[in-house]
Design a protein around this ligand. Structure first.
Ligand code: DAK
Length: 255
């Protein structure tokens, strides 16, 4: 049987754990990994799944970039198509209906950094190292990196990192808001699980619509979607249960 590009496992807390499975290539994102991501994030998870943890295999890298060996001889049309495909798939992750946390150990570079940034949160240990070194290869980030790095850390710092290709240490990433938390290596997984378990106790529709509106970023569409989703949640049994539970001084039961 062919080795899968992404390993899947479901924990007892109903969390889907996805592991990019190319340890010898530092989990570089080749066509197989990208297609597997596309397939997974095109489908909704069953209702009992509360969230997703996305990680790299081993401890050396989350993902050390797009697979450089695959696109060495690309020309304009192929390169543009590859970039658009990657952008579409990463957008699906960003707009996914349940929270997706990137668990970052080691390198998250280039397309790997862009993948981590497409996730809703990032948790790592002190080995987590981010960077967009594309400029050193004579290209620029093609999977949304110029946009998401700017949204996450601000234009001034983003342009510095994008133009120098400098690595971002875990401490700096935390300070810049790129990493939500930096914890001890043995606590990284459980920190992700605790966050997802907590979110899993909230109303699924409220969680989904909060992700969708927030991830649109500050824009008129973001405001419009927020108002639309706000209306939708008031039509749902979920808000009836949440508000009744508050008034009756009990815990809501959403799932
Ligand atoms: N692609 C392919 N293989 C990679 C890789 C990558 N991005 N990164 C590492 N590997 C492979 C290495 O080639 C090596 O394989 P073997 O030689 O053993 O077969 C293996 O992983 C272990 O790597 P090292 O021996 O280099 O390990 P070190 O600990 O010494 O160094 C490192 C770790 C992360 C500092 C180093 O591997 C490194 O600098 N890697 C490359 C980082 C990088 O530049 N990533 C790519 C960023 S650019 C597009 C055009 C461009 C892009 C996207 C789209 N279109 C055409 C639309 C660019 C995207 C990027 O991600």
């Amino acid at each position: 049987m062919e080795t899968p590009y992404i390993l899947k496992e479901i924990t007892e807390e109903n969390i889907l754990v996805l592991t990019i499975n190319r340890p010898k290539a530092l989990n570089a994102i080749n066509k197989g990994v990208m297609d597997a991501l596309g397939e997974i994030f095109s489908k909704r998870q069953p209702e009992h799944i509360v969230g997703v943890i996305l990680q790299g295999s081993g401890t050396k890298a989350f993902a050390a970039g797009a697979d450089i060996k695959e696109f060495a001889d690309y020309e304009y049309d192929q390169a543009k198509a590859l970039s658009q495909k990657g952008q579409r798939i990463y957008d699906k992750i960003e707009q996914y209906h349940v929270p997706v946390i990137a668990l970052v150990r080691g390198f998250a570079l280039g397309g790997g950094c862009e993948l981590a940034m497409a996730c809703h949160m990032r948790i790592g240990d002190e080995t987590a190292t981010f960077g967009q070194p594309e400029v050193k290869l004579g290209v620029l980030p093609g999977y949304g990196g110029t946009q998401r790095l700017t949204q996450l850390i601000g234009k001034a710092k983003a342009i510095e990192y994008l133009l120098t290709g400098n690595m971002i240490t875990a401490a700096d990433a935390h300070q810049l808001g790129l990493l939500n938390h930096v914890v001890e290596p043995e606590a990284v997984f459980n920190t992700c699980v605790s966050l997802l378990k907590k979110i899993g106790r909230m109303g699924p529709l409220a969680v989904e619509t909060t992700i969708k509106a927030t991830m649109l970023g500050p824009s008129q569409e973001g405001y419009d979607q927020e108002a639309h989703f706000f209306g939708e949640t008031f039509q749902s049994d979920e808000s009836t249960e949440g508000i009744s539970a508050f008034l009756e001084k009990r815990k809501p039961k959403f799932r």
